[in-house]
Design a binder for this molecule. Structure first.
Ligand SMILES: Cc1cc2nc3c(=O)[nH]c(=O)nc-3n(C[C@H](O)[C@H](O)[C@H](O)COP(=O)(O)OP(=O)(O)OC[C@H]3O[C@@H](n4cnc5c(N)ncnc54)[C@H](O)[C@@H]3O)c2cc1C
Length: 382
């Protein structure tokens, strides 16, 4: 049977300094009334908050200074993200660009893409969406049918994406498209492109989710031109690009802190004198949270060493979303209430919102079954 490691990683002094700095920034924002702790921090889109965060130097911190970054470690970035999430800050606008599209462009983008796009992301002025899923290509991503055809000076894209979070309000999306034959393993002939959403030939149509929010979309491409230097990596390398990107997407604190506001308000709701059952349940949740955090820190340490901890990232996401999805049921059991979105009570509102959103936690970013099969493969079990 195969194995994989979660090494113990101690946060460096620079990361703890970043914690101090981001906390000061967030406190100043709260004191000035510029945001209220939000129940769904990393899906709350607030371009002004992202711009202020960028101005203060907290976006793209792992990138070189010439691209607007600070040459900081992935561990420092992890500390900044966990503080943003714990505070319930509305950090959804820049989230995908900072977490995965920017790092992807830094590693595999053309010089023009790096020069023109990365500093704007770091300033909190330019946002990204993920153009992977299609109506018949979700878990089976290799079935992508959106097509890119070579033309003079670039490519023409035709096809459709679906579930594209924030496509109606971001600047670019990275589109996975078919550029050649799939080959025997079906992973060939795919290529990623950076597509500006204000290009001709793009039609974005909103989809309402179960909570009534418009976050994701269908995106239709009809003869949409993309210049050659907006290709990511080389032609036909799309599968490798996507796999690398998902290690960034799956292992961060956003995979176990999505409903942190529910946990925090639950603890407040119960107060300083919990009964035995309440104390046990809260203790168990905090212990799980601490373990998940150690695992996530460990993955960040591996990313800093230039490794691609795909299996460990899948494990963090799978265990993290299981934890996140268990919270509303535990909350309902130990502090019963009638959840309603219209309530002014922070606990009641957070519970209502989480009940509606939690089912999606184990779908977005790869479903539970797909992650489990990746973990099984990593262990040599299949
Ligand atoms: C809130 C949210 C935001 C999203 N944002 C984006 C985004 O920004 N960009 C983007 O590209 N996509 C996005 N997605 C799409 C997401 O990546 C897909 O929903 C996911 O990959 C599953 O694909 P599917 O919906 O087509 O389901 P399917 O792949 O059809 O799966 C349906 C069910 O069958 C199971 N299943 C499928 N294949 C297997 C198998 N081989 N073995 C065992 N079980 C299997 C799945 O686990 C699942 O339970 C988002 C989804 C959600 C819910």
């Amino acid at each position: 049977m195969g194995t994989f490691d979660f090494q113990n990683v101690v946060l460096p002094a620079a990361a703890e300094q970043a914690r101090h700095d981001i906390r000061a920034f967030l406190q100043a924002e709260l004191d000035a009334g510029r945001f209220k702790p939000h129940r769904c921090s990393w899906t709350s889109f607030d371009r002004d908050f992202s711009r202020r965060l960028g101005e203060a130097g907290f976006i793209g911190v792992t990138w070189p200074e010439r691209y607007g970054g600070k040459d900081a470690s992935t561990l420092t970035r992890l500390v900044i993200t966990e503080e943003l999430l714990a505070a319930g800050s509305p950090c959804g606008a820049h989230w995908i660009a900072d977490r995965q599209s920017g790092p992807q462009i830094l590693r595999h983008g053309s010089q023009r893409a790096r020069d023109e796009i990365l500093p704007r992301i770091a300033r909190g002025e330019c946002f990204f969406g993920i153009g992977m899923s299609e109506p018949n290509a979700g878990s089976d991503l290799a079935a992508v049918r959106t097509k890119a055809s070579k033309v003079d000076g670039g490519w023409r894209i035709d096809g459709q994406k679906i579930w594209t979070t924030n496509a109606h309000q971001v600047t670019y999306m990275i589109v996975l498209a078919r550029t050649g034959d799939a080959g025997p393993d079906r992973h060939g002939g795919l290529t990623q492109f950076i597509v500006a959403l204000d290009s001709d030939g793009i039609d974005v149509r909103g989809i309402s989710d179960m909570a009534g929010n418009h976050e994701f979309n269908e995106v239709f491409f009809d003869n949409c031109f993309v210049p050659d230097d907006m290709m990511v990596g080389n032609e036909g390398e799309g599968w490798t690009m996507v796999t690398g990107e998902l290690a960034f997407e799956r292992s961060g604190p956003d995979r176990f802190l999505s409903d942190y506001q529910l946990l925090a308000t639950l603890v407040d709701e119960i107060g300083p004198e919990p009964d035995r059952g309440q104390a046990q349940a809260i203790g168990r949740m905090v212990a799980q949270l601490a373990s998940l955090r150690r695992m996530s820190v460990s993955v960040a340490g591996l990313l800093d060493k230039g490794e691609q901890p795909t299996v460990q990232a899948a494990l963090v996401k799978e265990m993290g979303t299981t934890f996140e999805q268990s919270l509303p049921e535990i909350a309902r059991t130990i502090a019963p209430t009638e959840p309603t979105l219209l309530s002014d009570d922070r606990y009641v509102g957070a519970l209502a919102e989480t009940v509606l959103r939690a089912p999606s936690f184990s779908l977005r970013g790869g479903t539970r079954e797909i992650l489990k099969s990746m973990i099984a493969r990593g262990l040599g079990l299949r």
